[in-house]
Design a protein around this ligand. Structure first.
Ligand SMILES: [Fe+2]
Ligand SMILES: [Fe+2]
Length: 391
């Protein structure tokens, strides 16, 4: 029996190790949530379907104010099911899990009590009610990493053993380290988004428009990308990258950028270099590839008559074709020193029939244009909701 338990615990620990490996390998392309991690890890440890393990696991994390917040999980027909609403336990409570979690603890009712009924008095009523049946044994161990908390596993078949405790300890280490890692990834991601937003805002400060233009272009681009059926992750990247479409204007002299009259030939030539400057400023980070493509191609036309490269059709990256339409819509809606703003209906008319500058059939990707017409009311909503002048 002991050898068998030893082999089972070794096998379960190896499964947890494999989970950690897989998670680490996919860390760059996967969005973590704490819940996903718990569920993956718990699936490998909870008992059922011929597998040895506890029938419930209570995970609690200690809050800043000392209280402990936890949830009970079960395995039902191979699926991890959250068996409870959040349980909040006061640290002063005699049932506080902090009091149990100083060390790893293995407990079977026979070691402590005369009867199983007596043994129940050790457990918090809320935890007990979510476990759903009398507790006959449990193992408790602390969660590692930056988190402060513990795991309590209840009702192993027969007796809870040292071997079971080792598996639970591995689970605690896995959960602790992966959650710490996922928090780190999230913080880095937030810092990245914040930095590019700051860069986009800094560039726009030089222009007559307010920061509202970049926010709206982000949202239009996100709405177009989502309604073209692109994957959620790509929609998000296109949306946040769109705000850097004019980042290259930071290198265009203010006399040209802010000139109220029409630009002469040389001024126009310099102005039309801003996509190239943008690509240079965004550098070669793989994380900014979409931003770079957008900066470089948002003035290209479907028929190849745009700038700076004169590429056309599907040679223009899709993200550039999307942001082009979003940018033109917003430019038409906005007041400039040389023109009055158009209403949504007037802009729709330009997108249908064209005007002196916009030629929808030759300038826009027909699929992007058709998507625009199917969601044009969303453009109007975005313009109104992100516009100090649009209401
Ligand atoms: Fe531009
Ligand atoms: Fe723009």
């Amino acid at each position: 029996m002991t050898l068998e338990l030893c082999q089972i615990s070794l096998q379960q620990t190896q499964e947890l190790l494999r989970l950690t490996n897989t998670t680490l390998r996919s860390i760059c392309c996967r969005k973590f949530t704490d819940r996903e991690l718990y569920v993956e890890a718990l699936r490998r440890v909870l008992g059922g379907r011929g597998r040895r393990g506890p029938d419930s696991i209570y995970i609690h994390l200690n809050g800043k104010s000392g209280e402990s917040r936890g949830r009970v999980f079960h395995l039902i027909s191979g699926e991890v099911v959250e068996g409870s609403e959040e349980i909040v336990i006061d640290p002063a409570s005699v049932f506080s899990p902090q009091r149990l979690s100083d060390e790893m603890l293995v407990s079977n009712w026979r070691d402590t009590c005369e009867t199983v009924e007596q043994y129940q008095s050790y457990f918090h009523p809320k935890i007990k009610s979510f476990i759903g049946r009398p507790v006959t044994n449990f193992i408790c161990c602390q969660i590692g990493g930056e988190l402060s908390g513990a795991l309590l596993a209840f009702n192993y078949p027969g007796e809870a053993t040292e071997y079971d405790a080792r598996v639970l300890l591995s689970l605690a280490v896995v959960i602790g380290s992966l959650v710490t890692l996922s928090n780190g990834v999230r913080e880095t991601e937030n810092a990245f988004i914040y930095t590019i937003e700051a860069l986009a805002r800094a560039c726009e400060a030089a222009e007559e428009s307010t920061g509202e233009h970049i926010v709206r272009v982000n949202r239009y681009a996100g709405a177009l990308a989502a309604n073209m059926g692109l994957p959620v992750d790509l929609v998000e990247v296109i949306s946040y990258s769109a705000q850097m479409h004019d980042v290259g204007k930071i290198r265009v002299p203010n006399e040209i950028l802010l000139k109220s009259g029409p630009l002469d030939g040389e001024e126009l030539r310099i102005m039309r270099l801003h996509p190239v400057y943008g690509e240079m400023i965004l550098g070669d980070s793989p994380r900014l590839q979409i931003a770079r493509e957008i900066a470089m191609t948002h003035h290209e036309n479907w028929d190849g008559s745009g700038y700076p490269s004169g590429i056309g059709g599907e040679e223009i990256p899709l993200c550039g074709r999307i942001v082009k339409l979003a940018d033109v819509y917003d430019a038409l809606r906005s007041r400039r020193s040389y023109k009055n703003p158009l209403s949504h209906e007037e802009t729709l008319a330009v997108f249908r029939e064209g005007d002196g500058r916009v030629d929808p059939v030759h300038h826009f990707d027909p699929v992007v244009l058709a998507t625009f017409f199917s969601i044009e009311h969303i453009f109007e909503q975005i313009y109104r909701s992100v516009s100090s002048a649009g209401t």
